[in-house]
Ligand binder design. Sequence first.
Ligand code: NCD
Ligand code: ZN
Length: 353
Amino acid sequence: MTTTLTIIQPDDWHIHLRDGAALATTVPHAATSFNRVICMPNLTPPVKTAAQAISYRERIMQALADSDIDKARKAAFDPRMVLYLTDHTTASDIDDAVATGIISAVKLYPAGATTNSADGVTDILARAEVFDAMQKHGLPLLVHGEITRESIDIFDREKRFLDEVLQKIISTFAELRIVMEHITTADAADFCLAQGNHIAATITPQHLLFNRNHLLVGGVKPHYYCLPILKRAVHQKRLLEVATSGNPKFFLGTDSAPHATSTKEAACGCAGCYTATHALPLYAAAFESVDALDKLENFASVYGAKFYGLPTNTSTITLIKKPQTIAASYPYLETQTLTPLLAGETIAWQVAQ
Ligand code: NCD
Ligand code: ZN
C-alpha cells in the first residue's frame, strides 16, 4: 500500500528567488508547491524601499505569467516582499512599506554575514526609530542571526549572536515581532522557546536532515554549504525535536538559495542550498525519521500563517511515499545550470502530480 499524506497547501516563509533571468527558473519552482512566499531582499542592489519592493514583485509576477505551470497554481501564488534594513533605513521607510500592503517584514542582515549582505546593518541598536515604527505597525523583523566579527569561529557565530545581539534587541524592543531565520543550533531553538509568542523561528530542510559531517566527511560537498553552516549532529537532533514538537513557534522556511553550479563548485564557493523543487519531500523525510509525519501540516502550512496574521490556505497538496530521483541540474540564467541539493540522488517522497 502506498503511503500518502494530504496537507493544507504550504507557504514558504523564507526563500531567495533572485532577479532578472533567474526568475524564469525560481518562480515556477516555488509556485508549484507554495502559495505565500516571503521573498528575501538580498538582491544586488538590495530591496531597500517600498518602490523597489513593488517593482521587484511585478518582475516576479511577470515571470509567473510567462511560465508554463498550471493556472490554479498561478492564481494561488502570492509573493510577499521584505525590506532590507540598512544603516540608513528610516521610520518613514517603514510607514511607506506598510502602506503598500505587499511588504510583510523587514530583514536584518548583520553586515557581511552572508550572500549580498555588504549593505547590512553595522550598529543594530542604533536602528531604534526603525524598530519603534515596526512595533507600532506589528511588522516582523526577520533576523539572520550570526555575529560577523572575523575572530569568531564560524560554528559559534549563531550562538554568539543570541547572547550579544538578539537578547539586547528583544529586551529593548519588548513588543517587536521577530523571526529567527533558518536556526541551526540547539542554542537558538532553546533561546526561541524561552521567549514570548512574538518570537518565532524558521527551520530549513537541510538543517533537519543533515549535519556538518554531510558537508565535510569524505570530501567537501559544496551543495551542502549554506549559511548559517550545518552544525553538529546534536544540534540537528534538537532542531528535529522542536520542529516536530507541535510548538507554533517553529515553522517552514526553506531558505532555498540558488547559485549557478559554477559558482558553488569553485575554489571560493557560494553559500546556499537549492531546494525549492523538493523541499516538501525533504521535510517529509525528516519528519518521518522521527515518526512525526502527523506534525508536518502545522509546521508547513499553519503556524507560519498564524505568526504573520494571515489565513491558512484553503487548497491542499498531496505527498506520496514513492521514490523520486532529484534532477542533476536545472537550466539557469540563460547559459548556466543550477544544481539542487541531493542532485541525482533518490529520495523517498514526492509531490503527487
Ligand atoms: C543565502 C543566499 O544565497 O542568498 N545563502 C545561504 O547560504 N542561506 C543567504 C542567506 O539566507 O543567508
Ligand atoms: Zn536565506
